[in-house]
Design a protein around this ligand. Sequence first.
Ligand code: CS2
Length: 487
Amino acid sequence: MQLCEKNLNLLPASVWRPTYNRSKVVGSIVHLGVGAFHRAHHAVMTDAVLTSGDLAWGIVGAGLMTSGTKDALAPQDGLYSLVERSAETEQLRVVGSILELLGGADDLRHVLERLCAPSTRIVSLTVTEKGYYLDVASGQLLLNAPMVAADLANPGQPKTILGLIVQALRRRRAAGVPPFTVLSCDNLPNNGKTAKAAVLAFAQQLDAELATWIKSEVRFPCTMVDRITPATTDNDRSYVNEALGMTDAWPIVTEGFVQWVIEDDFSMGRPDWTLGGAVFSNEIEAWENMKLRCLNGAHSTLAYLGQLIGCETVADAMQMPLITTLLDDLWSEVLEVLVAPAGVNPADYVEQLKKRFRNPTLKHRTLQISMDGSQKLPQRLLATLRERLVSGLSSPALAMAIAGWMHFAVKTAHTPGGVLNDPLSLDILNQAKISTQPKFILDSLLSIQKIFGTDLIGHSGFKAELLTAFCALANQPDVATARQITL
Ligand code: CS2
């Protein structure tokens, strides 16, 4: 028996399920990138809106690269189950806000049609950092990225979010249909402004007048999104199937904590997501910086160190004094220069993070977090570092975190068949292998401008700290692989 609309009433009584009439819900939100995070976050908040009786805000979920989510969820009428786990409690629920799924290359035409439909009022995004096709260090559109170049050459059949959004806005404008709001839900500083910059840069290449219109007419609110959501494992599937008494092809397991702070700037209305716990605020930059630097910065740090030491999960890494001491020092360095949102005590925020990271019921793999380091380091670690450098402050913990990523790159480069899951992997692995001398390895990696810009390589104070940190790590008995390679 499979999870689907007609089997909902056969679920055990303890499982929460949609209580609204799904056939009456209007699909007015098109979400691009319908992965695990979206299904643990935005879709759940939207489910709360629908449960309140406002049926104007259903989701059409689209995967651009693959049809994996569609293949799993379309036979289930878009339904999926979500396990919310804190250290002490657990709740299993079925979420009903995703009404329809599109996915993969064959469906891109349908995605474009949905974006053009007058009923589409919000286009939301979780496409990860690299999905915006921006050089993270300079903020410039990657015009030579093959996908971007293909969309610019053939704008009528777009494959990237930029091509799709610009083409849909062009058609809506021509047809006199008001533009939708573009709602970025990715872990980027000023994610709405970033999305706007990417869309404008792309549009500018095709039609300067359209770009000017987008600039003045289309809203791109910023958001801060937060919920730790590990990739689903086979164990999760078996566990959920047992608890449901039926099969769910792709359940999601997440933590109890959830946070969404949104700038209230929507052109065609928006749901009252406060019903699901979201907050509307004008202070998104402060919220986002606190989250990116405290949570994600620490996550990346413990992921690389964890990978070097052999800790499979975040909770395992939180048992290692080498890592927890480093995180405490890192948080001190972050908080010293952080401007927190009004009324928030960042020290309490950090204490709460420690608890979340220690949650033993979440098997959040350090390998998962370690991917795409080139896209993550700048906003998670380097932004704080630069602010500290300007103030003349030393940053040994940040240097250690960056050295951790460098060791991870070196280790992967020297592992036969080693794969670095990163859009800049070729560059990084080549640079990491250039020498066995720490000093040269550091210079070589720091010269990757797409990650480190042009300033850090010329900063002798920082470079000395980085070298000290790199050698200290290489001398750690627990980081033996790195020592063998580099000394
Ligand atoms: C993580 C994030 O994989 C990663 O890079 O740091 O996905 C993190 O779990 C989320 O941002 C939490 O909200």
